[in-house]
Design a protein around this ligand. Structure first.
Ligand code: SF4
Length: 375
């Protein structure tokens, strides 16, 4: 089973923190769409006839596509791949793009999961991040989606934002919980180089996020969501039992996927490739029946490192038997030896052959994983 990711590189405007490849205009949208349909056809062999169990429209802002454009993309995928009858078909939608008609169209197209980019339920915080919508629009969008029959809804939240007090953050969590959704993705605000946020901070026009505040927010989130039955199944993702994002879970389980559109990544167990992060170059290549991507082969050590990093990020943890079967006793010994100190520091728990991060360890996930990398 495999997944397909489609990157839609257009936004109405750029959020200050964003470093995804996206343009703050919709120039070349028609040409991009035509190129995308061609890429689907040219890449039809990439997954070697594996059945597709998830299709994910991400970006950018996929909700800027018209219904006809989405329909043509799905029809072209259908013609060139074998799609599971109960495949998860997910679209990221910004609250300001959601209307009754749009939701009806999504339903008719077979879209069965919505990822709504709410980010915060405080208008001041939304404005400080240059988000285009209000908190009310987010709440209305979720309610409208529920009325239109969507029962698989995820929202995004960001914490660790300067000005987001613990009280304000708790209020956002309470609003999220009152929405009766089954999935929440929550990210610590990171200052990526050369984003507007980075520039504003360097010019001292915006305060620098304080790591310790983010840690408190993340602990508060873990506590509140656990109380309401959510599983913290991946470092940035919470779901009610079994309501995991199938598409993203497959990334973390190292399953194969095909990424389409500028900057999209693909993975087929042996190599990883990524499309050119330029809409103009992407269109130009496909107009000439070419694919514009770079590729790197994945060796056994890379696979081990990814296995450890992805395993530690999820509630399924790192299974020592699986590690040994996949990578051999030498890497298992290396792993066991190096993870001991984190067990002693109560950042990792070992139980029945599985290593998992504790709540305390989750705040240090990246550092712990990279310390366990094999070179
Ligand atoms: S809407 Fe999403 S992709 Fe677009 S600029 Fe904002 S964060 Fe980035």
């Amino acid at each position: 089973m495999a997944g397909i990711y489609i990157h839609i590189p257009f936004c109405k405007r750029k959020c200050h923190y964003c470093n995804f490849y996206s343009l703050a205009n919709q120039k070349n949208k028609k040409e991009f769409h035509k190129a995308l349909l061609k890429e689907i056809f040219l890449q039809k062999e990439y997954l070697h006839n594996e059945k597709i169990e998830s299709i994910y429209f991400g970006g950018g802002t996929p909700s800027l596509l018209s219904t006809i454009e989405i329909e043509e993309i799905l029809n072209t995928i259908q013609k060139n791949f074998t799609i599971n009858s109960d495949a998860e078909i997910d679209i990221e939608a910004n609250p300001d793009d959601i209307s009754k008609q749009v939701l009806k169209d999504y339903k008719n197209l077979g879209i069965n999961r919505l990822s709504i980019g709410t980010q915060s339920f405080d208008d001041g915080i939304l404005q400080s991040l240059n988000r285009i919508h209000t908190a009310k629009q987010s709440i209305d969008a979720v309610h409208l989606a529920q009325v239109e029959g969507f029962d698989n809804i995820s929202i995004d939240l960001i914490y660790g934002i300067p000005g987001l007090s613990n009280d304000l953050w708790k209020k956002s969590i309470d609003i999220a919980l009152s929405l009766n959704i089954n999935h929440i993705s929550a990210y610590h605000l990171t200052v990526e180089p050369n984003t507007a946020l980075d520039v504003l901070i360097r010019k001292k026009k915006y305060p620098k996020p304080v790591d310790e505040e983010g840690i408190v927010h993340s602990q508060l989130l873990m506590h509140q969501l656990k109380k309401h039955g959510f599983e913290h199944y991946e470092i940035s993702n919470y779901a009610l039992p079994c309501k995991y994002s199938l598409h993203n879970t497959n990334y973390w389980r190292q399953k194969t996927y095909l990424g389409l559109g500028p900057s999209a990544h693909s993975f087929n167990l042996k190599s990883r490739q990524w499309n050119v992060a330029s809409t103009v170059k992407y269109i130009e290549a496909l107009e000439n029946n070419r694919l514009a991507f770079e590729i790197e082969n994945i060796n056994a050590t890379d696979q081990y490192n990814e296995f450890v990093m992805l395993g530690l990020r999820t509630q399924w943890g790192v299974d020592e038997k699986e590690l040994s079967v996949k990578f051999g006793v030498e890497k298992l010994a290396f792993f066991k030896n190096n993870i001991q100190k984190y067990i002693q520091q109560s950042k990792v728990k070992y139980q029945n052959g599985i290593y998992r991060l504790t709540n305390n360890g989750k705040s240090f996930a990246d550092g712990i994983a990279s310390d366990l990398f094999y070179f």
